[in-house]
Design a protein around this ligand. Structure first.
Ligand code: HEC
Length: 261
């Protein structure tokens, strides 16, 4: 009997070793971890980073990735990049949208207004796929929430471009990325030092831009994060006060009951 248990123990040990090895050999890499300002319980967005992140999105990513759930007015809302309404209007007016029909029954182009949705880079999915060598650049409105690892995943993909290790062959238009599933991605590294010029004088290194645009994308995926954090704090204060009140009223009620000895 004793030997039987020994055998079972041995089998469990061996199988756990095999399982952990299989996982280690898989292509899953630990993501890079960033100490995001919005992660903690009281976490808030870094306003300047959100504004820079919008700049990176609009100057670099917007030519391929849409943000279809966002309207230009969102840029001026509380809890977001908080551009002034005038700034948001100016941003919107740089884009052309199709409107109509007019009184002659024709569609026409006009500058975008605050109420318009973000202009899409492609007319439809097929055009997006055709223009990107057969890969679809996913809409980014909720990408942070759609991927395990969230903000750290987006940041890691942006920072994860490397020369392929010896023996790994890549087709044309395919790039090696440490953090993409299967290590292959059909997006060339979109960032390069100083490809944008930040108005606030921050140096636009790849790392800085990756942080800023990820912060911006976290906000697009979770525009009410700050309100939620504030509410959570209030609820906890409320519960503490309620617990104290209930405790004292309970003491009062029970004090009238004589204890039998
Ligand atoms: C030239 C077009 C192009 C530009 C510019 C571009 N991307 Fe991409 N991106 C793509 C394509 C195509 C894919 C899909 C790749 C694949 O599936 O292999 C992709 C995929 C991604 C992914 C991986 C998504 C996933 O499925 O997990 C992330 C993250 C990403 N892009 C972020 C960005 C960011 C941030 C920017 C701007 C700094 C940007 N991209 C700029 C074309 C582009």
């Amino acid at each position: 009997m004793k030997n039987f248990f020994k055998l079972i123990k041995f089998l469990i040990l061996i199988s756990s070793l095999i399982i952990s090895n299989v996982y280690a050999a898989g292509e899953k890499q630990d993501l890079l971890k960033v100490d995001w300002s919005f992660k903690s319980f009281f976490g808030k967005f870094d306003r300047a980073s959100l504004q820079r992140g919008y700049q990176v999105y609009s100057e670099v990513c917007a030519s391929c990735h849409s943000l279809k759930h966002l309207s230009y007015r969102n840029l001026a809302e509380k809890g977001g990049p908080e551009f002034t309404e005038l700034e948001a209007k100016a941003i919107a007016s740089n884009f052309e949208v199709t409107d109509g029909p007019n009184s002659d029954g024709e569609m026409f182009e006009r500058p975008a207004k605050l109420s318009d949705k973000f202009v899409m880079p492609y007319a439809n999915t097929q055009e997006a796929i055709a223009a990107n060598g057969g890969a679809y650049p996913p809409d980014m409105s909720v990408l942070v929430k759609a991927r395990g690892g969230g903000a750290n995943y987006i940041y890691s993909v942006l920072m994860g471009y490397e020369d392929p290790p010896a023996g790994v062959e890549l087709d044309d238009g395919v790039y090696y990325n440490k953090y993409m599933y299967g290590n292959k991605i059909k997006m060339a590294s979109p960032l390069d030092d100083d490809i944008v010029e930040y108005a606030d004088g921050t140096r636009a290194t790849v790392d800085q831009m990756a942080r800023d645009v990820t912060t911006f994308l976290q906000w697009t995926a979770e525009p009410h994060l700050e309100t939620r954090h504030k509410m959570g704090f209030r609820v906890i204060i409320y519960l503490i006060v309620l617990t104290i009140l209930v405790y004292f009223s309970m003491k009062k009620i029970w004090s009238r009951i004589e204890t039998k000895v």
